[in-house]
Design a protein around this ligand. Sequence first.
Ligand SMILES: Nc1nc2c(ncn2[C@@H]2O[C@H](COP(=O)(O)OP(=O)(O)OP(=O)(O)O)[C@@H](O)[C@H]2O)c(=O)[nH]1
Length: 491
Amino acid sequence: MVKLSHQQPNLHYIDERIFLLKITVLLICLPSILVLYGWLCESRILAWLFPSGISMKANSAFCFILSSIALVLFLTRRPLAMMVQRILSLILISMGLITAYQYISGTDLPYVDSLLVQNQLVQNDPDNQLFSNRMSPLSAINFILNGLSIFLLTFRNYHILNLARIITIPVILTAIMVLIGYAYGVRELYRFGFYVPLSPLSAIAFIELSVALIFIHAERGFMRLFVGQTLGSKMVRWLLPTLILVFITIGWLCRQGNLMHWYNNQFEVSMLIFLTLFLSSCLIIWQARAQHGQELLRQRAQHALELNNINLEKKVERRTQELKKLMEELEALSLTDSLTGLANRRAFEQRLKMEWQRATRYEHPLTVMLIDVDHFKRFNDDFGHQTGDHVLAQVGAILQQAVRTTDLACRYGGEEFVIILPDTPMDDALPIAHRIREQVADHRWEARQVTVSVGVAQLNQHKTPNQLVSDADQALYEAKAAGRNQVIYLN
Ligand SMILES: Nc1nc2c(ncn2[C@@H]2O[C@H](COP(=O)(O)OP(=O)(O)OP(=O)(O)O)[C@@H](O)[C@H]2O)c(=O)[nH]1
């Protein structure tokens, strides 16, 4: 069994529906109480509330009062209310079944039709008829159906809810038929054979009761269509009652004209067809206009949405490109030394690892040289850090110029630099090292002459890139020890 979920529909609509339910209960209950009171006090005026010559029977009035109570109890969710509703619905079903049994078997069970009132009013009734104190067979069937519907609605289950609604539809249809019968004077529509006819007041009460039952928990099941906020919901809410009322009224007016001998039958039918065509066309055009407007709005909204999507996609694409560029810049920044503009130690380590792998795999020569500024501490102490920074930047520029594009000059840290020379044997690397040393020494320095010491090492049987750097460092150490401004290589 599917349990109903507790949705939160529009509260404004809920308030409106609670109000309508209360009004409906009053509309069913008040006339029924008056009719029942009329029967009990033998007041023909009250019992014959509707001036048609056919009264709502006392049992029917009683059943309608019970139905109203059951209806109003749908406003509370207490288990006790649910129990009372089930008991009331069972009474309604029983009343209907017992009456139907009496009609079918032709018997007159004691204390059933005379349960609430004796027959005095009926006996005085000029239109007296067989079983005239008994509710009509149609009422009996309708009370069975409505009682069943109330009983099922107390279960609040999705499938049962729809079933409860479906069984009230025949009640509405037959009651409308009865009203049409009264309006147009078609006896066969409200009275079957010699049976007791259904009174117009009962027909109205059945319509009110059944419509109210159909709208219980309307936000669930197929009745959602009637209480929704869509154009379809608004259409069905207005169009359906309008259609029923308008066409019944047109028919009635045409009929009355004929009865008053303003025109004959042919004219009545022609008028009816003309007015029906005219009004149906008006209704269709009115609704088509509303739908057309809605469709245009929808198309415009869709177009705007598509444009928005295209703009959004362009924006995302632009932002992605910007982000990509930013990432590349960040990546470059993270690999660059800010003072000299050379690659930093991180970039050096990445590249050395790569070149070392390539060189060992293809047995290519690979040389690394470490360059250190001589007595830089003293330089800093004498001329200050800022001048020292300037010297480092200039040494960096000299190194960058001295190497090929396939080589990589990096700032190793502090005043120490390193150059990776791929595919370069020691014989080719040494002239470069000497050139660098000379260029630094020959440079026109502002403060004082600056020199560098260079240690060179070539890849040999080194197991790791670190060992190669360590060899270059050893050579550099020896260059320092040999008096600085020297190039020393380690084989
Ligand atoms: N201006 C400046 N100085 C730095 C920077 N990085 C390191 N130094 C300085 O470089 C000096 C390096 O000194 P040491 O390692 O003793 O070596 P040195 O004085 O060059 O002597 P040798 O290398 O033996 O010739 C230290 O005083 C550091 O403060 C930097 O980015 N800018």
